[in-house]
Design a protein around this ligand. Structure first.
Ligand SMILES: [Zn+2]
Ligand SMILES: [Zn+2]
Ligand SMILES: [Zn+2]
Length: 319
C-alpha cells in the first residue's frame, strides 16, 4: 500500500515546504480552530500540516498528532515576544541559540553579540538586573592594567572571580591581584618589590626605526625607561632604538596621570600622527601610544613644560 502521495511542486507563498495533496480531516480543522489556527494545507508528507496563527498570521509546520494531542505554540508569536523583550532591554534580538534551548543571541549597544537566556532578558527589560558585555569588560580590564604597566595574563589560578593573574611588564613577575586593587592602584609587585604608585618614576620619549625604515616614537612612563625599552618593548635585539628624553617624576601615580594627559592631548591635537599598530606589530611590544617621528619636537616641548611644572608643585589634572 502506498499512502505517500509524491509532493507536487506547489508551495504556500513564503513557506518553503511542498504541499501534500491528501485530504484535511474535519477533526484536525476543528482542533486547529479551537487552538487558534487555520489549516492552510497538508505539507511534506502524511504527518504535517501548515498552520496559520490567527493572532499573527505566521505559518508553522506542525505534526497533526501534535495539533490534536497538545497545544502547539506559534513560534512567530514567541519570537515576537523575544524581540519586544530585547528592545525593552536595550538589545537587538538576532536569533535563537541553536546550541542551547532557552538562549538566544542578542546584539548589545556596543555592537558585540551575547548569548543569554530569554528569562534573563525579561528581567533586564523589567529593570530587575543589568547586563554586561564580556568582550568590552575584558578589553577594559586589559587597558586598565596596561595603563599601570601590567599585562592581564588570565583568570585567577585559585578560581576567585574577583582576582586575575597579571604580569609586571618591567620585571616579568606574575602575580594574582584583585581587580578592585588594579582599579584603585593599591598593590605592589612581588617581583621587583616596588610599590610602584609611590616609587619614583620617569616620563620618557623613545625613538624606534621599524623594519620598513619608518621612524616611530613612543611616549610613556616607567620606573626604568632603559630597561623598559630594551627588555620589554623591543622584540628581538636588532631594532635601532634610543631614549630621546626622560623627565623624573616623584611617584608612579603622578607619572601615570601625566602620561594619560599627554596621550589625550596628542590624540586630540595630532590624530594624523597616531601610527597604525599593524605596522609595528611583532616589532614593538605595545598596542598603542606609538606616534610618527614628525611629532618629536612637539612632544619634547610638552616634556619641557611638564618638567617645568613639576618644579612648581603641579597637581594632577588628567585623572
Ligand atoms: Zn502567531
Ligand atoms: Zn561590548
Ligand atoms: Zn615587578
Amino acid at each position: 500500500m502506498n499512502t505517500f502521495n509524491p509532493p507536487n511542486n506547489m508551495t504556500i507563498a513564503d513557506f518553503p515546504f511542498p504541499i501534500h495533496t491528501g485530504a484535511i480531516k474535519p477533526k484536525w480543522a476543528e482542533e486547529a480552530q479551537k487552538k487558534g489556527y487555520n489549516i492552510l494545507a497538508r505539507i511534506v508528507d502524511r504527518m504535517h500540516l501548515a498552520l496559520q496563527c490567527k493572532l499573527c498570521g505566521g505559518i508553522s509546520k506542525v505534526r497533526h498528532y501534535t495539533l490534536t494531542s497538545a497545544n502547539p505554540l506559534c513560534s512567530h508569536c514567541i519570537e515576537q515576544v523575544w524581540q519586544v523583550d530585547a528592545v525593552a532591554a536595550g538589545l537587538e534580538f538576532i536569533k535563537r541559540d541553536p546550541a542551547r534551548r532557552n538562549y538566544a543571541f542578542y546584539r548589545m549597544p556596543c555592537g558585540h553579540e551575547i548569548s543569554r537566556q530569554f528569562e534573563l532578558i525579561k528581567r533586564v527589560a523589567a529593570g530587575e538586573t543589568g547586563l554586561r558585555c564580556e568582550t568590552c569588560r575584558a578589553a577594559m580590564e586589559v587597558s586598565e592594567a596596561a595603563a599601570l604597566g601590567w599585562d592581564l595574563i588570565g583568570p585567577d589560578s585559585e578560581g576567585d572571580p574577583n582576582y586575575r593573574i597579571f604580569q609586571h611588564a618591567e620585571c616579568g613577575h606574575t602575580q594574582r591581584i584583585a581587580r578592585a586593587n588594579i582599579q584603585t592602584q593599591r598593590f605592589s609587585c612581588g617581583g621587583c618589590g616596588i610599590d610602584w604608585p609611590a616609587a619614583p618614576s620617569f616620563i620618557y620619549l623613545m625613538r624606534f626605526i621599524s623594519a620598513t625604515g619608518r621612524e616611530l616614537i613612543k611616549a610613556g612612563f616607567s620606573r626604568n625607561p632603559t630597561s623598559r625599552m630594551h627588555h620589554q618593548l623591543v622584540v628581538g635585539q636588532e631594532m635601532p632604538c634610543e631614549i630621546l628624553r626622560t623627565v623624573a617624576v616623584p611617584t608612579g601615580r603622578q607619572a601615570l596621570c601625566i602620561e594619560k594627559g599627554l596621550h589625550k592631548m596628542l590624540q586630540l591635537n595630532h590624530p594624523e600622527c597616531i601610527v597604525d599598530p599593524a605596522s609595528y606589530r611583532g616589532q614593538i611590544r605595545v598596542a598603542s601610544e606609538i606616534y610618527d617621528a614628525s611629532l618629536t619636537p612637539t612632544i619634547l616641548g610638552h616634556l619641557d613644560d611638564i618638567e617645568a611644572e613639576l618644579g612648581t608643585n603641579v597637581e594632577c589634572r588628567a585623572a
